[in-house]
Design a protein around this ligand. Sequence first.
Ligand code: PLP
Length: 393
Amino acid sequence: MKIRINEHFGDIKESYLFSDIAKRVNAYSEANPGKKIIRLGIGDVTLPLTPAVIAAMHRAVDEMASADTFRGYAPEYGYDFLREAIADYYARLGVNLRAGEIFVSDGAKSDIGNFVDILGNNDILIPDPVYPVYVDSNLMSGRRITYLEANAGNGFLPMPDGLPEKPYVIYLCSPNNPTGAVYSAAQLGEWVAFALQTGSLILFDSAYESYISGDYPHSVYAVEGARSCVVEFCSLSKTAGFTGTRCGWTVLPEELEAGGVKLGRLWARRQATKFNGVPYVVQRAAEAAVSAQGHAEAMEHVRYYMENARILADFLREKGIWFTGGENSPYLWLRCPGKMGSWEFFDYLLQNVQIVGTPGEGFGKCGEGYFRLTAFGRREATEEAVARLRNLL
Ligand code: PLP
């Protein structure tokens, strides 16, 4: 063909990190069919949907079976019942949002990846290491990225000090994937102050907010001034086990405006053109998940995963392996023992104890020499992983 393709795809790695991992793991299992692999790599949950969610889905399925209650295309921004239920959820966190500021979607990955559609060619600031979607979606559209180094020195929480004072689009993720680091209200306050002063926009990813148990903001809008400079992305994937059910949302407060244009209107326009809404059954499930009852049930699962995190953390302490995370986050971020490289340690664990983790390097240059373990496994698998690791490390 003689058409032109998007040449910027040449700027991203050939395959997504988790596809690379899956390829190596599949090759290993094919060569060693009898070996039982424990997966503490990709951040997928293992517990089922909770009773409140399942009951809501069943009811919604029954509605779809009758001509009187059947629903076709869902509104592009979400049914009002769900937007209002999400606003109530925020109110319980002490944050006031209007339902119309909440845009429901099939998950945070799509929204974060699609958000570049409504932005022009800005300077982009992205922490390194980080959830790969921020980097790849910007590279795919030919944007210039400046990386903010996250390291043991700054607690994996880069701050704006010393940055040239100009407008940026800034990606922040707290609790962080992959490092598990969490910004305090004071630290987020500094970022908000920087954004307001420079005319920057912060894109804040709160996908892991329900893992926070300490005194940290669950939503960036708990910080004064954030309504004028931050878009927040959230998801039910990790909170309520929706990784396969698919529902999340993006918050664009009324105050967000650039060049006299409301960002909420642009996003609404973008979604109306390119997105046709989340299935009715899923939105009813999401409504149940953010209700007081559904959230209480989901938090039992969060506590289960955090007990896994404690088991992994105790083991790392026992072995004197440096790590961070695992307290307000389901991720533990450790320094590879014996000065091994990330992929070297990945292979070492896979070959010797059949445990799959995620090489830190896959999240950016600063992740070299680090490794991510997740607490999302089943308890028995997590305990077995620790027993195997105890014999190896
Ligand atoms: N943001 C972060 C930081 C994540 O780790 C993930 C998923 O792993 C997502 C967003 C995407 O979530 P969703 O399943 O809603 O697309």
